[in-house]
Design a protein around this ligand. Structure first.
Ligand code: FAD
Length: 449
């Protein structure tokens, strides 16, 4: 058994250290002792053993999109699985074995070549590892459930460096915890086996309204979205008033004609400025929602740049009363920048029929999720943006219940209950069983019972 660091190890002073130590959120800047880019499961196991033997804190990283930078530690060892990004689809079983270093769009592209997909989010660069371990909300959630609901097996390196496979026959509690219990808590996932779903063409829409339509639009959307035909997962974006627009988009696994009928309540609200409804291949829908641009008949990725952001949010179980809608409008009217917005993600459908205790993702009965988003570049503008994101969360607390672990928020002292609710104790027991020494520890890791 080796206790060497293997893989590609980047240390301070090495070329590439600067790039290797930074994540997407430019609010954070930490200096790890080493970043270990792992190509094989053995590299991950060696890094865990080596870090423990030499007394280094360790962190786990894949797609680098954690809101609060839980993947980095000053003076720590970052175990980065991003070089492990192989995808194998087995048509006979309809399952895909996916290494955890892959990012969403690359996974969608690989699966599309096989005529299948798994439900996930829309940002091309988000890592499948963090997304799945925390849940995975997206435009197929109401029809197929969350990304974690498709998870059949996880290969994981545990705190002692041993490699195990958790499925419903062995380590079933670890599989349960990996379905929404949050990344970085129990071990390092190196591959996922997903149930994949056939997909071809889909109908998508986008409607925009003037900002002044916000109160009636939000009210109609919130009553319509949770119970509309579950083949449709809709979202709603309410932006800062200075942009003078609000919009709703969604994806429907059915004919465009039927989608148009389903959208009647939205189209009959306020004065829509633009309406786009179209049928496209599923992959093109992901390109469009992911913000890719078509140039000379090719879809082009716009390189992602680092920016400062602070998001928070909450699940909504009951329709927002007029008072809450007024609060939302007031915050968007006083937003510190035009890039502030609130994104509502439709829930219900199949995702809501899975019992709250069947997986670690507890917020099954919510009607939708509401995310308060800020984005800026100038460090001098930190204070007003952080204040806005936290003040709106607090102002809307009477109308929300819990938070999504994939949108973590270090300002919430009650984060463990907010993320895990009545699943918290079970998660803490599983943490004690598999990581009694609390090796996988960070600001909001699950405390062992
Ligand atoms: C622009 C943007 C768009 C997003 N859109 C969506 C969306 O549509 N739907 C949605 O549900 N979420 C969305 N998210 C949230 C996203 O799901 C989380 O940020 C997720 O944790 C990112 O995973 P990652 O692998 O990219 O991040 P990382 O920063 O690498 O990791 C995130 C967490 O997972 C842990 N982790 C990473 N790899 C592993 C591993 N191999 N084994 C164990 N733990 C690991 C890390 O330690 C960390 O705690 C979005 C985030 C951003 C920034």
């Amino acid at each position: 058994m080796t206790t060497m660091l293997t893989g590609s190890v980047v240390r301070p002073g090495d070329p590439g250290y600067e790039e290797a130590r930074l994540n997407i959120n430019a609010r954070f800047s930490k200096y790890p002792a080493a970043i270990v880019f792992c190509e094989h499961v053995e590299d991950v196991a060696n890094a865990v053993r080596w870090s423990r033997k030499n007394g280094y804190p360790l962190r786990v990283r894949s797609g680098r999109h954690c809101y609060e930078d839980f993947t980095l530690a000053d003076g720590g060892i970052v175990i980065d699985v991003s070089p492990m990004n192989d995808v194998r689809f087995d048509p006979a079983s309809g399952t895909a074995v996916v290494q955890t270093g892959i990012r969403q769009l690359s996974l969608y592209e690989a699966l599309w070549r096989e005529g299948v997909t798994i439900p996930g989010g829309t940002c091309p660069w988000v890592g499948i590892a963090g997304l799945t371990l925390g849940g995975g909300l997206g435009f197929l959630s109401r029809l197929l459930g969350l990304a974690c609901d498709q998870l059949l097996e996880v290969e994981m390196v545990l705190a002692g460096g041993q490699v195990i496979r958790a499925n419903d026959r062995q380590y079933a509690d670890l599989l349960w915890a990996s379905r929404g219990g949050g990344g970085g808590n129990f071990g390092i996932a190196t591959s996922f086996t997903f149930r994949a779903h056939p997909v071809s063409e889909v109908a998508i829409y986008r409607i925009a309204w003037p900002w002044g339509d916000l109160p009636q639009l939000l009210n109609v959307w919130q009553h319509w979205a949770p119970s509309v035909d579950e083949r449709l997962t809709p979202s709603l974006v309410l932006s800062a008033s200075s942009n003078d627009y609000c919009s709703s988009s969604g994806l429907f696994l059915g004919p465009e004609r039927r989608l148009r009928e389903l959208l009647a309540p939205l189209l009959g609200t306020g004065t829509p400025l633009e309406t786009e409804i179209m049928t496209v291949p599923y992959l093109e829908a992901m390109y469009r929602f992911g913000g890719l641009r078509k140039e000379q008949s090719q879809w082009q990725m716009i390189p992602e740049r680092r920016y400062r952001f602070k998001n928070s949010g909450g699940f909504v179980y009951r329709p927002l009363p007029p008072q809450a809608i007024s609060t939302i409008a007031a915050f968007l009217d006083a937003a510190p920048s035009p890039l502030c917005m609130i994104v509502f993600e439709g829930m219900g459908g199949r995702l809501g029929r899975i019992p709250a205790h069947a997986t670690a993702f507890v917020h099954r009965q919510a009607s939708f999720h509401m995310q308060y988003i800020t984005q800026w570049d100038d460090p001098a503008a930190d204070e007003p943006h952080l204040r806005w994101a936290e003040s709106i969360r607090k102002a809307l607390l009477p109308y929300t219940f819990g938070q999504y672990v994939n949108y973590p928020n270090v300002f919430d002292p009650d984060w463990a209950h907010a993320y895990y609710g009545s699943n918290l104790n079970a998660l803490r027991r599983i943490k004690r069983k598999y990581d009694p020494d609390n090796v996988f520890r960070f600001a909001q890791s699950i405390p062992p019972l």
